[in-house]
Design a protein around this ligand. Sequence first.
Ligand code: NAI
Length: 505
Amino acid sequence: MSALNTNVVVAVIGAGAMGAGIAQVAASAGHRVLLHDNRPGAAAQAIDGIGKQLVRRVENGKLAASARDACVNALVPVEALEQLADAGLVIEAIVENLEIKQDLLRQLETICRDDCILASNTSSISITRLGAGMARPERLVGMHFFNPAPVMALVEVIKGLASDPAVVDCVLATATAWGKKAVLARSTPGFIVNRVARPFYAESLRLLQEGVADCASLDALLREAGGFAMGAFELTDLIGHDVNYAVTCSVFDAYYQDMRFQPSQIQKELVDAGHFGRKSGRGFYDYREGAERPQAASLQSNSRVPEVIVEGEAGPLQGLLERLTGAGIKVSHRAGRGLLRVGAATVALSDGRLAAQRRADQGLDNLVLLDLALDYARCTRLGITWASGTDADAVDQVVALLAHAGIAVTPLRDSPALCVLRTVAMLANEAADALLQGVASAADIDLAMRAGVNYPRGPLAWADQLGSGLLVDVLGHLQAVYGEERYRPSLQLRRQLAEGVTFHE
Ligand code: NAI
């Protein structure tokens, strides 16, 4: 089914942060938009705010004055719900409360035309459950925009159990016509993004709680090695711990306390203290006047390492070897088990075992483990760890080697799968499980994570690049060393490994 014609009137209910943004998106796409809020004057005030914001964009040369006028003139404040009778699509963005939303939807059914599509911007309520109180739930879908709606590219279109596939297709096409990246998801807790993103926060919180490194170091690794726009602590400080913790608790409860989604005590403590992040002046970091921002820990070395010997296949570390060669380091090869010899040190990408455990298992002295990087050829920082008792000179030689290639080195306490590898493995595992359970297609899961939360690579494309074999190993080792089902590898990863297939062609 094709997108709604621009002559179809769109109504938005709730003129708060989301409703105002959604109204602006629909009006910019050429629809006449009726904006309603049950607070008298709120809709007119929101339209005034949109107008002022667009004036600034015109002044900065980012928007034509005619486009601003067209958008503002298309926005109509409406004080009574009955005035929405002409709308062909109604999007509700009111308070996140099941009973209040159900009550509104029931009223809309009596006011709107039979062919009017009803959509909810809910981020946590089941569309199936919302539709349960309706006379015709087939015309209800989720239309989950991200904040701020005019800026964020993603819209998750949510299909409830009763949603008519033709209505779903029309909403997907309409969101696309509005310039958004639209993905289709089944109505399941957290939909795609709020589910698959949970490990991004959860694993950093756990690493901090276990004293593996401080916030600034873990954030720097996710940014500079992982390629994420922000680390988990700076991002949750921005989102607000009250909001982020509430989403985690809601997903955890909705999945019947699956430990994969377990909330964190240290985040709860921030919430208890009222340290919500930037908006309250304190979170993991201190935003008050004069407060200093802590720096990531970096090891220094004055040594020089002229040579690296590669034993066997370097695997994901191949980009690092090319970078070392480019930096004038001699790289030679011989047969072996995928290890690098750097002076007195033996170096390997973590496989999820503790350094101490792998040293004992494989009989490797002076073992130094590297964390994952999105792109070893370009990363500016890398995490490393080693077992206690490792020769200090061996560690120093690894630091010297990486520093020579322009890579800052952050030390991590010996912990399974370090920081970026653990985070990426758990993101890929969650994405694989969402695929297994038919929540969305592999393409839509990756698109949602790139467009909705700006991940540098879709988690399933990342899994393809690393290989399901490595991921199953890493997750299996994490599961064994913690003794927790939280780290159990998804059946989807195991199946793909057994079948020798990838997520994408
Ligand atoms: P908000 O609190 O900024 O705005 C809600 C607006 O709805 C208020 O202006 C309120 O007066 C109005 N309202 C409440 N009950 C109403 C009713 N019965 N009839 C008409 N108007 C009513 O909330 P926000 O942040 O805009 O969220 C709205 C919805 O969007 C919620 O369902 C939320 O879960 C969802 N959402 C929020 C995101 C966010 O980052 N804030 C992101 C994606 C979805």
